[in-house]
Design a protein around this ligand. Structure first.
Ligand code: IVH
Length: 669
């Protein structure tokens, strides 16, 4: 039984957190500090952990995203998601206006909105709670991306007020704000990964991520532009959007009533330059007839409404001279070509560089030495070269030839089958790779070593004090003090930071090693599965691919990593330095021994607990959670939509399969 006061406290906490979440993410008017917000959230988390029966899929704690990998179910849209007629000219808007004048007998009003440049979403609410979110897909059916959408803080999980229909749908645009896009792309470039071409691609790509945890980290946002569903005493679009704002949705203030065509043109002209100041991309203006009865009279063609039209701004382009192509080497050895340009003004900034992504891109553009190129910045931060002005090409100029050797260490580059990028294979000696690995190791998401920033690491390399990550643990206070950048306090900080990192849990160390393709989530999965680094080291390719979410590419990369004698020596030195190379045991934290030593695999989605919580429960009851089914598996807890391959294998091996409910009955017994 849950004590009454606990249930009340949980309810109150949820309401308070939802209110502050809205103030922060929708209204940008926070009333409490991040610290206070986090404490409220952790109070709620603690209570939900203690009383798992209280967990609710629309609790604010569920926004972080679980580790569940989901394929996407295809869902039919109740009302098709149509697109809009597009135009780039005021003449065509005048024609649109004249067509309406012919069809309507009564005066009408327009609502002008910005056209948000992201990816469309339809979100259904039932009884005030987020029910399902579906992408546009082909307009008739799309992907169910509910788990991903729930991580977006500006989308309410539970609505404010009580005057919403029992069931209705909002449509809106999911986008990635500029600041987030910049941050992610800078990081991708540093890691030698392909940057996203623009925030729209980044948002669309993120929404289709199979792992909601990754989505949560990418900090998407959403603006609502349309509300479906009747049973509201409102007869027009503008008031319906304002109502949706009261329920908690993010509706920008840029929306405006326009009574005449001239007011529409003014709106378009005003926002043509003003939109550059917005923290997100817009690519035009949508003009809608406001009243629903008039919208109905105008109706639809087969594909588009007759009561709305999109005016698209021309994307800004400029032409400039390509001065050179240079090549950056990331920490994994991936090569990224960069175009260096004669400085040119574009969308309010001076552009000097554009990413060329890879060799195919250079070939596709057929870039020649001395070319004049067109650069485009459709709101995206990294401008791209969209073509060459061949009329200005110098006579006899040669096409650009992609480099064959590393610009930093002269090693011959390799390009693996099916990979877009070239790599420098000299992992052991290429300076930016060596430095990049140390920078990655010390970074916040890996070992989080305070006092060792990128510049400091450069300095340690320049002074021959560090060549690899294990060298960090041999550094002394006296050595640091001799360097320019260091004073007593900063040297102490760095040494303390390094010392403290020895307590970092095993998954962080594993991620910090920088094994190609082993990101944060994979590192966590591998650490939990193998328990000890020494076991992972010995794992074969065949054993590795049986682990959840580990495919052939990752498995091969792990095998290659441990096949290198240098890496083995490095790990031995890390072990000697005292780093954590195994998972902590759950000793002292046991609730029962009912699963005594049994190896338990979980698969699919669970309704009352998250996968992480379920894993914890298995350990607390004496069991061991493993990721892959094998002969030694004793029990399989099957959730919703579990993978057919797992089910087949478990049946073949005669493993006992139980449901989530069976499991709870078992541990309660
Ligand atoms: S209204 C039936 N309003 O533009 C009317 N759409 O081609 C439905 N979009 O993919 C659309 N901002 O996702 C509308 N303020 C806005 C919009 C907007 C962006 C997108 C929408 C759709 C495309 C329409």
């Amino acid at each position: 039984m849950i004590p009454k006061e606990v249930a009340a406290r949980v309810k109150k906490l949820r309401e308070t957190i939802n209110r502050h979440n809205h103030l922060y993410y929708v209204e940008a008017k926070p009333e409490i500090s991040d610290f206070e917000f986090d404490s409220l959230l952790s109070d709620l988390e603690a209570l939900e952990k203690k009383y798992p029966e209280l967990i609710d899929s629309t609790s604010p704690t569920q926004r972080v995203g679980s580790d569940i990998s989901q394929g996407f179910e295809q869902v039919q849209h109740k009302t098709p998601m149509l697109s809009l007629g597009n135009t780039y000219s005021f003449e065509e808007i005048t024609e649109f206006h004249n067509r309406i004048a012919k069809a309507l007998a009564t005066p009408w009003q327009y609502v002008c909105e910005l056209k948000y440049d992201g990816t469309a979403i339809g979100i259904t609410y039932k009884n005030g709670r987020l029910h399902r979110a579906v992408t546009r897909g082909d307009g008739t059916q799309g992907d169910d991306v509910t788990a991903n959408v729930k991580t977006i803080r500006s989308i309410p999980l539970v609505l404010n007020g009580n005057d919403f229909p029992d069931e209705f749908e909002v449509r809106g645009e999911i986008f990635m704000p500029h600041a987030v896009f910049n941050e992610i792309n800078e990081k991708r470039l540093r890691n030698g990964e392909q940057p996203f071409a623009n925030p729209r691609n980044a948002a669309a790509g993120t929404l289709k991520q199979l792992n909601p945890k990754v989505v949560a980290e990418r900090k998407l946002d959403c603006l609502v532009y349309y509300v479906l569903g009747d049973n509201l005493p409102l007869n027009n679009h503008y008031e319906k959007l304002q109502k949706a704002k009261e329920w908690g949705f993010k509706i920008p203030n840029s929306i405006k009533h326009c009574n005449t065509l001239n007011e529409v043109f003014d709106f378009i002209s005003h926002w043509e330059s003003e939109r550059e100041k917005l923290p997100y991309d817009t690519d035009g203006v949508v003009i809608k007839v406001n009243r629903f009865d008039q919208q109905e009279q105008l109706g639809f063609t087969a594909k588009i409404p007759r009561w709305a039209i999109a005016y698209k701004y021309k994307t800004e382009q400029a032409s400039t001279k390509l001065l050179s192509v240079t090549y950056q080497v990331g920490r994994t050895g991936a090569i990224t070509p960069v175009a260096n340009l004669a400085p040119v003004q574009l969308a309010g900034t001076t552009v000097r560089r554009a990413s060329l992504h890879n060799a195919d891109q250079i070939e596709l553009l057929n870039l020649h030495v001395g070319d004049t190129v067109f650069v485009e910045k459709g709101g995206e931060i990294i401008p791209k070269i969209i073509g060459v002005d061949t009329t200005l090409r110098p006579i006899n100029s040669e096409p650009y030839k992609y480099i064959t050797h590393c610009p930093e260490c002269s090693t011959e580059l390799v390009r693996l089958d099916g990979e877009a990028k070239h790599y420098c294979p000299n992992q052991a000696g290429c300076p930016p790779q060596l430095k990049g690995r140390v920078i990655h190791f010390t970074s916040r998401k890996a070992m989080n070593i305070d006092g060792l920033g990128e510049e400091t690491i450069e300095l340690l390399f320049a002074n021959n004090l560090v060549h690899d990550i294990a060298d960090l643990y041999d550094l002394t206070y006296e050595q640091l003090l001799k360097l320019d950048r260091f004073a007593q306090k900063s040297a102490e900080n760095a040494i303390n930071g390094i010392e403290k990192s020895k307590q970092m849990p095993f998954p962080k160390v594993l991620f910090g090693l920088g094994i190609r393709y082993v990101g944060e989530t994979t590192a966590r999965t591998l650490a939990t599965h193998f328990d000890l680094l020494s076991k992972l080291k010995q794992a074969t390719f065949d054993e590795l691919i049986l682990v959840d979410e580990v495919g052939e590419r990752i498995a091969q990369s792990i095998v290659d990593f441990f096949a290198s004698q240098k890496n083995i020596e490095l790990i031995d030195r890390l072990a000697k330095a005292g780093l954590t190379l195994e998972m902590e045991t759950a000793e002292g934290n046991t609730k029962s021994n009912i699963l005594n030593g049994q190896s338990v695999v979980i698969s699919g989605k669970f309704s009352s607990v998250s996968r992480d919580e379920l894993k914890e429960l298995i350990v607390k009851h004496g069991g061991k959670n493993t990721s892959a089914i094998s002969k030694s598996t004793n029990l399989l807890i099957a959730g919703e939509n579990m993978g057919p391959a797992k089910l087949k294998k478990a049946t073949e091996l005669g493993i006992k399969i139980i449901s989530e409910n069976d499991f709870f009955t078992l541990i309660k017994s």
